[in-house]
Ligand binder design. Structure first.
Ligand SMILES: Cc1cc2nc3c(=O)[nH]c(=O)nc-3n(C[C@H](O)[C@H](O)[C@H](O)COP(=O)(O)O)c2cc1C
Length: 158
C-alpha cells in the first residue's frame, strides 16, 4: 500500500500536520509540498491525502489546482482530506468550500485539524487582522492530534 500526501502551507502548520500523518500511516508514504515542488503523480499511489490551510475562508490555490488537474485519477483512489484553520465554528463550511464536491463525496476522511498563530511569521497586516478578528495577541497552537488520528484510522482501515 502506498500513500501520497499533498499539501499547501503558508507558515508551516499544514506541513507539520502532513508530517504527523506520514509518520502514522501504514505502508510507503510520500510527502509533496505543492507550493515548493511539482505535484507528484497520484496515479502511482493507492491512497491520496490532500490538505491545506485556510486564509480568509479560502484554501490555497495550489490545492484547488491539484484537485482539478487530477479529477479523473482521484475518482478511483482512497481519499483523505484535511484543512488547518483557527476558526473551529467555520470548519464544516471551510471543508466544503475547499474541495470539489466529487472529491468530498469520495473521501473516507475529512477533518479540520486546527492550526496555530505564530506572530513572528505573519506580516503586519495579518498580525492586525488576527488581533482584531480572532482577538488573539500571542502565539497559540491548537492542532488536534485526535482528528489527525481519525484520518489515520480511516485510511489505515482500507
Ligand atoms: C491573516 C490570516 C487569516 C486567517 N483566516 C482564517 C480563516 O478564514 N479561517 C480559519 O479557520 N483560519 C484562518 N486563519 C488561521 C490559519 O489557517 C492558521 O494560522 C493555520 O495554522 C495556518 O496554516 P499554515 O501555517 O499551514 O499556512 C488565518 C490566519 C491568518 C494569519
Amino acid at each position: 500500500m502506498s500513500t501520497l500526501i499533498v499539501y499547501s502551507t503558508k507558515y508551516g502548520c499544514a506541513q507539520k500536520c502532513a508530517q504527523m500523518l506520514s509518520e502514522k500511516l501504514n505502508g510507503k508514504v510520500d510527502l509533496c509540498n505543492l507550493k515548493t515542488s511539482k505535484a507528484l503523480d497520484p496515479a502511482a499511489y493507492d491512497k491520496v491525502v490532500i490538505g491545506g490551510s485556510i486564509y480568509i475562508g479560502k484554501v490555497q490555490k495550489e490545492v484547488s489546482r491539484f484537485c482539478s488537474d487530477n479529477r479523473s485519477i482521484l475518482k478511483d483512489k482512497t481519499i483523505g482530506l484535511f484543512i488547518c484553520g483557527m476558526f473551529k465554528d467555520q470548519a464544516e463550511k471551510e471543508l466544503k468550500d475547499s474541495f470539489p464536491l466529487e472529491i468530498l463525496n469520495n473521501a473516507v476522511a475529512k477533518e479540520f485539524l486546527g492550526g496555530e498563530f505564530v506572530f513572528k511569521k505573519m506580516n503586519p497586516v495579518e498580525r492586525l487582522m488576527v488581533k482584531r478578528i480572532a482577538k488573539v495577541d500571542k502565539d497559540l497552537t491548537d492542532i488536534s492530534e485526535e482528528n489527525i488520528n481519525r484520518i489515520v484510522q480511516s485510511m489505515n482501515n482500507i
